[in-house]
Design a protein around this ligand. Structure first.
Ligand code: GDD
Length: 339
């Protein structure tokens, strides 16, 4: 029988790719999902009902529930991907962010320590930990968080190390730089852009190939921030590799290239032959109270120890996200016409 894994946040972007990856490796995958009155299973709809895939309702902030689940499953591996993952939102909801992103992982570590100490644990740490540290950043770069989100993630990151050193748990933190895909949430800047481009492309088809005159502009915040963007599918392979090593450790996963939001816009608008500057307006309310200006990761350790490297380039990533949103837009429009 294959290994058993528990993925928290299984219905998120990363959870859905990781679940697919582990099912292909013949794991039994238990996915933790929060109850909601609306359907939040869109990204995993194709997995529901597959042999080896089970959904469990629960919440990482509920300590007793987490203990009960870990005691029952005795998983070989736990991947903690559940989080309030939007940096901007964390300024508006700092306490809820801290509960999900710091207390949540602590509940899991405690449950593993007391109920299932053989379980290997992966924590989704983030390049946001580096905050204002100059690039390129690696595992030894000072962590100077710049948001409630990053502070909460730093608490969790420190707990992973503590539980490794104090209790000998096999606990690893993956310090992941931005990672995107066609399943990225629409409130993150990349998807916000690709969705807008797809809508504009659809509108141009019905308007003799030119943008409609009254077409609304896309409201964005800081266009000068630089990020190190990778494809999510490449990242989940790295998460798994961390838990297959002889010794637990923390690793940066990154492409080693950084691009500004402006560069992302240029590439996304290129297929339309349009200048993004004619379609974007800056909205002061979308600027963050404190910004992380420049993230660029040095993943040398992951390359050497894990043999990991990203396979999808920045250009390919932008192209696949735009193409996917264009296809969705076509389907949406087709359905509207048919009904
Ligand atoms: N979301 C958003 N919306 N960001 C905008 C916008 C906008 O309208 N306009 C400009 N930005 C800028 C943000 O200020 C930030 O500098 C950059 O675009 C990227 O923002 P996000 O896509 O929201 O991602 P993030 O870098 O803040 O955080 C993501 O990556 C982290 C890893 O580095 C998230 O996935 C985090 O959960 C993750 O830890």
């Amino acid at each position: 029988m294959g290994k058993a894994a528990l993925i928290t946040g299984v219905n998120g972007q990363d959870g859905s790719y990781l679940a697919e990856f582990l099912l292909e490796k013949e794991y039994r995958v238990h996915g933790l999902i929060r109850r909601s009155s609306v359907d939040t299973k869109e990204r995993i709809a194709h997995l529901v009902g597959q042999p080896g895939f089970e959904l469990i309702t629960g919440d990482v902030t509920d300590a007793t529930g987490v203990h009960r689940i870990i005691r029952r499953i005795q998983p070989d591996e736990v991947y903690n991907l559940a989080a309030q993952s939007h940096v901007g939102v964390s300024f508006d909801a700092p306490v809820a962010t801290f509960a999900a992103d710091a207390v949540g992982p602590l509940n899991i570590l405690e449950a593993i320590r007391t109920e299932s100490p053989h379980t290997r644990f992966y924590q989704a740490s983030t390049s946001e930990l580096f905050g204002s540290s100059q690039p390129p950043q690696n595992e030894n770069t000072p962590m100077i968080p710049r948001s409630p989100y990053a502070v909460a993630k730093l608490a969790a990151h420190s707990l992973v190390r503590l539980y490794r050193e104090a209790y000998g748990l096999f606990a690893c933190a993956g310090i992941l730089y931005n990672h995107e895909s066609e399943r990225r949430g629409e409130e993150f800047v990349t998807r916000k852009i690709t969705k807008y481009v797809a809508r504009l492309a659809g509108a141009m088809k019905n308007s003799a190939g030119t943008p409609p005159l009254d077409w609304p502009k896309l409201a964005l915040g800081n266009l000068d921030a630089k990020r190190d963007w990778s494809f999510c599918g490449d990242m989940v392979r790295g998460m798994w590799l961390m838990l297959q090593q002889d010794q637990p450790d923390d690793f940066v996963l990154a492409s080693g290239e950084s691009h500004s939001v402006r560069e992302f816009l240029e590439l996304a608008f290129r297929p339309l032959g349009l200048d993004y500057r004619d379609f974007v307006r800056t909205d002061p309310s979308l600027f963050r109270p404190a910004e992380v200006d420049h993230l660029c990761g040095d993943a040398a350790k992951a390359r050497e120890v894990l043999g990991w490297e990203p396979r999808v380039s920045f250009e390919e990533l932008v192209t696949r996200m735009v193409e996917s949103d264009v296809a969705r837009e076509r389907d949406r429009h087709g359905l509207r016409c048919a009904s």
